[in-house]
Design a protein around this ligand. Structure first.
Ligand code: NAG
Ligand code: NAG
Ligand code: NAG
Length: 224
């Protein structure tokens, strides 16, 4: 069968458009939660991405980066984590950040009960929605806030093996737990987090889109 060329190029452009699976683009510029403006959310989500590159290099396959932030006064990043692929299946970015903060607090000679209480003052920023294991850890910790970028649904659509239980559902089923219900802010800065997860399971995207971005980051780092 003869297929007209115009059809082929149309098909190619449609296929290309789907290489980056977008989240629904919402204008959240007016979003203020716990008196923190959206611009601050954007700033810290970018820091979560940067923490990823600092820990895992410019083009990590497991592109999950997490920081834990004290917004109370100093707006300080207390610690950070990434999926280090050590072989320990529990070391996702969020768990590795929680472990890193626990160590920081122990080094400050805080008692176990002081450390348990500390999470309630802190915000966890992670560039992708937490899997059920990490969402549960976040809820057990009783973080003040949980802020994520790319959704589980996005990564499912992009070909990742995921557990399709949303953080929303984990939190809904956790309401009987004592302590604060963590405030959850999803889909923050997805225009910058989605591309980090969109290339791994797509050969053409891997070659054309992500490698270019990686090269830019490599070049920027080389210049330093
Ligand atoms: C923690 O305790 C140890 C042993 O008592 C002490 O040497 C160290 O200076 C303390 N660290 C801080 C940050 O207070
Ligand atoms: C957060 O910062 C405030 C103000 O500096 C400080 O009092 C508090 O101890 C910090 N909390 C944690 C968990 O580090
Ligand atoms: C992503 O969106 C934010 C607004 O939420 C904007 O400030 C930023 O420039 C965008 N990033 C890119 C890479 O286009």
């Amino acid at each position: 069968m003869l297929v007209p060329l115009s059809f082929l190029s149309f098909y190619a452009s449609v296929a290309l458009a789907h290489f980056i699976v977008p989240n629904d683009d919402q204008d959240m510029s007016g979003l203020v939660v716990n008196s923190i403006p959206y611009s601050t959310r954007v700033k810290y989500m970018r820091l979560a991405n940067e923490a990823l590159f600092e820990q895992s290099g410019p083009c990590p396959f497991a592109a999950y980066g997490t920081i834990i932030v004290n917004h109370t006064a100093a707006d300080a990043v207390v610690c950070r984590g990434a999926n280090f692929r050590t072989g320990d299946p529990t070391i996702h970015g969020e768990i590795s950040a929680i472990n890193a903060c626990t160590k920081v607090f122990q080094e400050r000679n805080m008692t176990a009960s002081e450390i348990f209480a500390a999470w309630g003052e802190l915000s966890i920023y992670t560039n992708a929605e937490s899997c059920p294991m990490c969402a549960s850890a976040i809820r057990w910790a009783g973080f003040k806030e949980y802020v994520y970028g790319t959704t589980i649904q996005h990564n499912y659509n992009a070909g990742w093996g995921v557990m399709t239980l949303s953080s929303y559902d984990v939190f809904q089923q956790s309401r009987q737990l004592p302590g604060w219900q963590t405030s959850m802010l999803g889909q923050i800065l997805t225009n910058e987090t989605d591309p980090l997860f969109s290339w791994q399971y797509n050969e053409v995207s891997r070659k054309w889109r992500y490698e270019q971005e990686c090269m830019e980051r490599l070049t920027a780092e080389d210049k330093v």
